[in-house]
Structure formats: C-alpha cells, structure tokens
Design a protein around this ligand. Structure first.
Ligand SMILES: Nc1nc2c(ncn2[C@@H]2O[C@H](COP(=O)(O)OP(=O)(O)OP(=O)(O)O)[C@@H](O)[C@H]2O)c(=O)[nH]1
Ligand SMILES: [Mg+2]
Length: 506
C-alpha cells in the first residue's frame, strides 16, 4: 500500500472515503486532481491500494479525509472487506463516454451494499464530462438513476478540473453531517436511564400525524407554564394530544429535561375495558440539518393504552442543555417543533413483534392505472397490475358498476397487498400490513377537480381489499361535463402514503 500524505494537522474529525468504479473511468486522476492538482494523460492502472489524505474545513472544524483508491479492473481488483471497512463515504465513478461503466455501477452498488456500512454516504460521479462529442450516458440518465438509488450525483472532469473539488467537499460535508446526526442520536440515548430506539429521519419525512410548533419557547419558561397541552389530533381512528413540560415534569422529579407524553383522549366514547395498542414516535425538528430526530416510544415495542393508563411518553425526552445548544438546531430563533406519529396495531397473541413503518418517497409512492374501453366492462371486478411501494406489492380492484353498498349506484375501488415479500417474515400467514392511502379518479378537463378519497387499514393475508364501495356516483362518472371519462378511458391513481409491516420475531 502506498500513500501520499499532506502535512499533519490536529483534526476534529477523521473520515475514510473510498473510490470505486470500473477500470479507466478516472478514479486515480480525480484523486490526484483533488489532492495534488495533477492530471496524467497516459493510463497507468492502479496497482494494489493507494490512499491520500487531505484536510478540509467545515463549520470551523478541521476534517481529515483519507481517500482510498484501487484498480477497478476485474483481474487485479484489490477490493476486499478491508477496503470497505471503516469507510463512511464512497464515490462511485463511471465514464460518461463508456456506457458499460455506467451499467456496471449497479454491480458496484450491490457490492457496496453487501460489504459496507449501510449508512454510508454515496455519491455517483459521471467523469470525463469534457469529452462532449462522445457522451453515451446523458446527464439526465445519470441523474435519474442517482435519484432512484438515493445517491448524490455530479458530473466531473479530472482533465479540465471541473467539479472535482465540489464533488469531494460535498461528499465530505454530507459525511460530516451524518456523523453529527449519529452523535446526537447517541447523546439523546445517554441522557436517559432507559435504552431507547433513536434515529434520524430524512428531511422530507414530516411527522405523519401531528406537528406542534412553539414560536417562543423561552416565553413558556418565563411565564412559568409547567405543562403545555397541544390541540387534540386524530391518528389511526383515535384522538390524541401531546403534553409538554418545558422544564420537566416535577411530579416525576425532573427539572433539567423536557418531558413529553402522548395522551389518548375522548376515551368515554370507547367501550368498557378498552385497550389500544400502538407504536408511537416523538420527533424533534432540527432547523439546521432539516431533519427530524425520531425517538420511539415504548422502547420500540408496542405500548398499551387502557382505562387506567391513558398517558405514555418520556419523563426525560432530552436534556435542556442539549435542547438549547444552538449547534444542535432544535431551538432556532426561540422556536421549536415537535411531531408525533401514532400507529394503532391490532391486538394479537402475545408474541414479540416488530413493526417497520416506511414512508415511501413522494416520487415513488404513486401508481397510475389507465383503463381503456371502460364502457365495454362488465359488472365483475377488474384488477390492476401489481405495483411495488414500500417493499410491498399492491393491487387495485375496481367494480365499474359498483359492489357491496355501492352496487349499481357507485364506482367501487379497493386496495390490497398482493405480495409482502421477504419483509413479512418467512412467508408465514402471520403478516399484517398497514397502509395509509389515497385513491384518485382523474379528470381530463383542465381545472376541474379529481375525485379523491383517503383511508388507512391493517391488512392480513386472508383479508379482502379495503377501500371505497361508494367511491363516486356512477352518474357523476358518466357525466361528460365532469370529464372523468375521455376517449372511453378512465385513469385511477393510487398513492400509498405510509406502509407498515408487522412481523413476528423468531
Ligand atoms: N478526457 C478525460 N480523460 C480522463 C479524465 N479522467 C481520467 N482520464 C483518462 O482516463 C484514463 C484512466 O484514468 P485513471 O485515473 O487511471 O483511471 P482509474 O479509474 O484509476 O483506472 P484503474 O486504476 O485501472 O481502476 C487516463 O488515460 C486518464 O488520462 C477526464 O476527466 N477526462
Ligand atoms: Mg486507478
């Protein structure tokens, strides 16, 4: 192994970044351009493993990055577990003039996902952008692949020195931000005696059920407000509120932490002996990194609300010191935001179960079903092709002349999981799948409104589809002024907003 090392600094953070991609795509030249501002025209395939170090300055901190490089050639590949070990970032490089190197990115990605840290920050680089005349991978193609695979994306030229510095600094910045988030999550775990499931969710994952924004946190303090109760909100068919103790719940002898609880409301309308099982999460917004710190209630297990226990939560949600620390981003200009997600689960036999909740990205949560020759359809159900959202395959069924309570009067549309795949737990009959979903029948008239309905439901293997026997009146559907049918074609859109998969732990 050979190395180039810039003069040693004392540094605040140290990261390992790796370069991967086919041979001849320009990995070594990207590295030498970034570290030494050098470029070599002749091709010398890398032998063994090389690395170089460089110090960057982010947020006033010295960040030392060790960048590893090896040959991408199949025969001499030195990529082993040691190459991946400890790396928190990877640059996946292809050559924009050689399509096969782009195709092979899929293989490099699979390799990474098998060997490397799952939280690794990944950036896709299309190199040799200077060779305009023989581009075979268009920018849009690289970009959309990167979006699909959740990778950062940039095109570079090591020859012309275009975007090289930008690519490296951007990935190191992301690695640094990820590290800060992880450290923060660990700190939160340490501020309480309980072990907790804490995670950071990405920026656009807004809390599913409720957001509580406080514009002036310090006023709550000064006014001596011991307990702040949120508005009542609805989630999974029940009413809830949050109770926030800005200085800690004195009844539980807390005075240096924020206490926050989830309370079930309107319980008088429930039948005697009621029990409600939930998975819940409390979220705290980070205004600097635009993401949410997510803390799972019940230590990640089901929590049972019942007549004698209508409130659960955190006596020590977060220390006031951490909460007020400007660098953490929770309290920003004296305003802060909490969120809640509450998923009611069916009461099953006492087994250890694990629920994974997924909020599929907006770009990938919608299926469009176009039904031609609509007027020729008979009474019976029509089924859509399968479509995959949130690790589950789904199917829509549609009754053109209605079903159940909507028979002969309404269009009926239902959704059901078709294949829950490996996420369901060894193919047993035990899976339960939750979906919060929206169905729309689109109009073709510009400016007129689509018909839209929303629902949520827990499905099991034997359950029928769930949805809307009375989705819309057949008279409206066939009213040409409303524009739902055009050229005898109907367009149905299913959007799956949240997916939950409940499986038994073995
Ligand atoms: N036109 C152009 N040529 C480049 C660029 N980057 C690298 N090259 C050329 O591409 C060839 C391969 O570059 P390397 O950096 O050695 O490729 P590598 O990915 O490290 O290859 P291996 O070590 O075998 O995996 C060399 O001849 C470089 O001069 C670029 O941005 N533009
Ligand atoms: Mg090389």
């Amino acid at each position: 192994m050979s190395s180039r090392r810039e003069e040693d600094h004392t540094h605040d953070h140290f990261f390992k970044l790796i370069l991967i991609g086919d041979s001849h795509v320009g990995k070594s030249n990207l590295l030498s351009r970034f570290c030494d501002n050098k470029f070599t025209l002749e091709f010398n395939s890398t032998i063994g493993v090389e690395f170089a170090t460089k110090t960057l300055h982010i947020d006033g901190k010295h960040i030392m990055v060790q960048i590893w490089d090896t040959s991408g050639h199949k025969k001499v590949r030195a990529i082993t577990d040691a190459y991946y070990r400890g790396a928190t970032g990877a640059l996946l490089v292809y050559d924009v003039t050689k399509h096969i190197t782009f195709v092979n990115i899929q293989r490099w990605l699979a390799d990474l996902r098998n060997h490397a840290d799952p939280n690794m920050v990944l950036m896709l680089i299309g190199n040799k952008s200077d060779v305009r005349h023989s581009v075979t991978v268009l920018t849009e193609v690289g970009k959309s692949f990167a979006e699909k695979e959740s990778l950062y994306f940039i095109e570079t030229s090591a020859l012309r020195d275009t975007n090289v510095e930008k690519a490296f600094t951007e990935i190191v910045d992301r690695m640094y931000q990820t590290q800060i988030c992880r450290t923060k999550a660990m700190e939160v775990q340490e501020t309480t005696s309980l072990s907790r499931s804490v995670s950071i969710s990405s920026g656009n994952n807004e809390p599913a059920h409720y957001k509580l924004k406080l514009e002036s946190f310090s006023l709550l303090f000064e006014a001596g407000i011991v307990k702040y109760e949120s508005d009542v909100f609805e989630a999974s068919g029940y009413k809830w509120k949050l109770e926030l103790y800005p200085k800690g719940n004195e009844e539980e002898y807390i005075n240096d932490h924020i206490s926050l609880y989830l309370v079930i409301c309107d319980t008088q309308s429930l039948e005697r002996g009621w029990e409600v099982y939930v998975y819940f999460k409390i979220l705290i917004y980070d205004h600097i990194r635009h993401n949410y710190l997510t803390i799972q209630g019940g230590d990640g297990k089901r929590t049972r609300f019942h007549e004698k226990k209508t409130r659960w939560g955190f006596r020590k949600l977060m220390s006031l010191d951490s909460f007020k620390e400007a660098e953490n981003g929770y309290l920003f200009g004296d305003s802060c935001e909490f969120g809640a997600e509450v998923f009611v689960v069916p009461k099953y036999a006492q087994k250890d179960q694990c629920l994974s909740m997924i909020k599929p990205p907006i770009t990938m949560n919608t299926h469009i079903w176009t039904i031609a020759n609509f007027s020729a359809l008979k009474d019976e159900a029509l089924y859509s092709e399968d479509f995959k959202v949130g690790q589950v395959k789904w199917k829509l069924s549609l009754y053109p002349k209605g079903s159940k309570t909507g028979k002969n009067t309404n269009l009926s549309i239902f959704l059901r999981p078709h294949d829950v795949g490996s996420g369901s737990g060894s193919g047993s009959d035990e899976w339960r799948v939750y979906a919060k979903f929206k169905i729309r029948v689109k109009t073709h008239e510009f400016g007129s409104t689509h018909e839209s309905k929303e629902a949520d439901h827990w499905f099991c293997k034997t359950s029928d589809g769930w949805g809307f026997p009375c989705f819309m009146l057949l008279s409206d559907l066939h009213d040409s002024k409303k524009g739902f049918l055009w050229n005898d074609t109907l367009v149905v859109e299913a959007q799956i907003l949240i997916v939950g998969i409940l499986k038994n732990l073995v």
